[in-house]
Structures are given as C-alpha cells and as structure tokens.
Write a protein that binds this ligand. Structure first.
Ligand code: V47
Length: 405
C-alpha cells in the first residue's frame, strides 16, 4: 500500500523508471530489486543504514539508536529478515529441552524477579540430586537433548552440590547436554566459596557442565543495572566471566532483559558490549532478548514491553550483533503470535519444548500464567505455519534431524 501511494506521485514514478533504466545498464536483475528496496523507506535514516547492512558493514551505536527510533517497523523488519535469510535462509532451529531450577533460594533481590525466595519462606525449596535425576529421566524419555539448569544464589549449598549434581546426571545420562549456570552464579561461586574463576569453571566442566545459558546479563548499563539488580555482579564482570568460559572451551549464550526501566541507549550499549566481547573470545552461540514480565515482581506497576518494542528488539539485535550467528525468540516470554512474527524480524531460533516447565519459567511466562505447555510437534507447526523450515538442533547447533510433524 505504502509503495503504491508513493508511486502514484508522478515524479516518483518518473524517477523510478529512470532509476531502473540506469541501473539495468549497470546491475543484474536481483541487484536492482535490492536497490529499489533499499531506496524505499519513508525514514531516510533507515535507507542509509540499509545500504550499510547490504554491504555487510558494521553499524555504529548511533545507528542502533536510529533503528530503535524508526516508525517504519515494516522496513526495519524487512532489513533484519534480509540478514537472517542471508545467514540461514528459511531454516529455523528449535531444540527439545527441559528446564531444571534446582533451588529458588537466593541472596539477591532483583526487582524484576518473581521466582526467588528467602530460605525462611514457606515456599522456598532446594531439589535433591535424586529429584534432579528423576526430572532429567522424564526429559530424556520425552526426547530432550538438553537440560537447562539455573537457580538462585543459595548460600546454604556447598560447592559439591553442583559437582555431585552434574556428575550424577552425566553418569545416568551421558548424552544429555548440561547447559548450566549463568555468569552471575559462577561469580557468586568464586566469591562465596573463595575459589578462582578458572578453578570454578574447570571443576564444573570436569563434573559435566557442557555449556552455559545466557541469563543474568539483564542490562549492563549503569545506573539501570544497579537499580534493578544491585546485588548481582556488574556488566563488566558478567562479560569477563563469559570470556573466561569461552577460553575454557565452552560455549555460552547471551541475553538482555528489556521492557522495564531501561532506556534505548542502555539497550544499544548492551548490544555493543556483547559484540565487542564476541570479537575477543567468540564463544557466544546465540542472543536471546528477554521480554520483561512484570506480574509477581517488585516492578509489577510497569506495563512490560509492547509489540513494537518486542519486534524492534529482535530486529535491532539481529542488525547490531553482526558476529552472532543466532537470534532466539523465547516464546515463553514473547507469547506465541509475537514469536511467529519475530521469525520474520530476524529470529532464526525458537526455545524450546516445555512439557513440565521449571519453576522459574512459570514465574516469567506470559503464556497462560505459566500453564502453557509446548510439545515438539506444536513447535514445528508454529515454525512451519510462519513459513519457515523447522530443524531440530542440539545445544551446540548440530542438526538432530529435519523435522516435520
Ligand atoms: O536471568 C527473570 C530473566 C533470565 C523475569 O541461554 C525475567 O538459552 C522476564 O536466561 N520477566 C533467565 N524475564 C532465563 C534465561 C534464558 C531463557 C531461555 C533460554 C536461555 C538460553 C536463557 O530470565 C534471568 C532474567 O534475565 N527473568 N525474571 C521476568 N519477570
């Protein structure tokens, strides 16, 4: 429609014909279509950025801000989709996994978290290792290739709880990938158990930790970070630990919690810092924007992100994080309709199956108050109905099989 209206202005039509005639002498047919598209946005800033994206040039902090500022959501999405298709075509990855949240006892009190409890509270819990094994057994029987293990910063547990948990899980299920512990948990271990970072990482790796999830990154920029999670390690420390895990030979993911009190500058700063770290140590596999879910948190008076912010954040992350292969749409926080749309806005990965979700996923789930389950076939249908090809992957992005319902 916009294009038709634009064309109706006779000068525009005349210009387009001249433009095509000139370019057809110089460029191939596909190139002409690309160039015409690049000329077409009512946002001239976006048009300039599009030319850089097309040429595979790195975007600056200021350009990241411009991307967030645009009202041309379609053109922004199209640009991110262009990059996504250049990297992955129609492939959309998903994995069959299970969340295991071993404890909800936490010494931090992050304002955005509805999951944590103090040790004295009635509904505080810590799972035994046997309970962990039973949860993993059910997951493996349902075809899970990954156990995603995160929990609170629990000062009642000895370090051996984690090494015993991982080695017991590995003994029972040698092929199950343990994606375990955020940089915030690793930082807590180093400080609380008085161990070096390297020692913490090596001992956990020896016990069975295969990779680390991307949680705890929240938002790196100060003073926002301190205002929402002042007991947690700061952004530089999170990045430093991610670098050390990469150097120890393990992959990690990265996240950003958005839609609370952060500014646009905070979000773009987060992307730039992740991109710089990735240039240095290269171990981030995927980026997952986490849409803030206010219910049950100290920030429950906030509305949470709207559809514009959700889709812009997927698209801008795809465009700014040029050295990240994968952008993951986390349906639990985005909801299913936005997740399908996100696949057209730069996301090429969807997390994950939930048949019997962890307690943490319940706390932040926008889908039916945490009651929404998701089977492998439903996930495949969701991806295929959005026009993409669903490919089951393991945690480190090896193809498990080409999936069809
Ligand atoms: O670190 C907590 C966030 C994270 C809320 O690496 C909330 O593959 C929204 O990191 N609203 C944990 N978000 C989840 C996480 C994750 C999820 C899926 C895949 C991967 C991966 C990682 O959840 C926390 C925090 O940033 N969070 N509370 C909330 N109310």
């Amino acid at each position: 429609m916009l294009f038709a209206n634009w064309l109706q202005k006779s000068w525009n039509f005349y210009f387009l014909i001249c433009f095509i005639s000139f370019n057809s002498l110089v460029f191939k047919k596909e190139e002409i279509f690309k160039i015409i598209y690049m000329q077409f946005s009512f946002d001239t800033n976006l048009t300039k950025i599009a030319a850089k994206v097309e040429a595979n040039e790195r975007l600056t902090f200021d350009e990241g801000i411009e991307l967030y500022k645009t009202d041309d959501l379609n053109a922004l999405g199209k640009l991110a989709d262009f990059v996504r298709r250049r990297k992955h075509g129609k492939t959309t990855y998903f994995n069959v996994n299970r969340h295991f949240n071993h404890t909800n006892i936490c010494v931090a009190d992050c304002k955005f978290c509805g999951f944590y409890r103090r040790a004295r509270q009635d509904d505080a819990y810590t799972h035994s290792i046997d309970e962990g094994i039973e949860i993993a057994r059910n997951a493996v029987n349902e075809g899970a290739t990954e156990l995603h293990i995160v929990g609170g910063l629990n000062s009642k547990l000895p370090f051996e709880y984690y090494t015993d948990l991982f080695s017991s899980l590995k003994r029972e299920f040698p092929k199950l990938h343990l994606k375990a512990l955020t940089m915030v948990e690793l930082d807590f271990f180093a400080r609380f158990y008085k161990m070096s970072d390297e020692d913490v990482i090596e001992k956990l790796k020896a016990a069975g930790m295969d990779s680390c999830p991307g949680g705890g990154a929240e938002i790196f920029a100060e003073p926002t970070r301190s205002r929402i999670c002042d007991h947690k390690c700061d952004g530089n420390r999170w990045l430093e630990l991610a670098g050390k895990v990469h150097k120890a030979g393990l992959k990690t993911n990265a996240t950003m919690l958005y839609g609370h009190i952060e500014t646009t500058e905070d979000r773009v700063d987060h992307f730039v810092k992740l991109r710089e770290q990735q240039d240095k140590t290269g171990g981030f596999q995927c980026f997952i924007p986490l849409a803030f879910y206010p219910n049950g948190t100290a920030l429950s008076s906030l509305p949470g992100p709207d559809a514009m912010l959700n889709l812009k954040t997927i698209a801008v992350s795809r465009l700014m994080l040029d050295n990240f292969d994968h952008i993951k749409a986390y349906w639990v926080m985005l909801g299913l309709p936005t997740t399908q749309t996100a696949l057209h806005f730069g996301a090429n990965d969807v997390d994950g199956t939930i048949t019997d979700g962890g307690e943490l996923t319940h706390a932040y789930s926008v889908e039916s108050g945490g009651e929404r389950k998701m089977t492998k076939n439903e996930l495949i249908s969701m991806i295929e109905n959005a026009g993409f090809e669903a490919v089951e992957r393991d945690t480190v992005y090896n193809r498990v099989e080409k999936a069809t319902v």
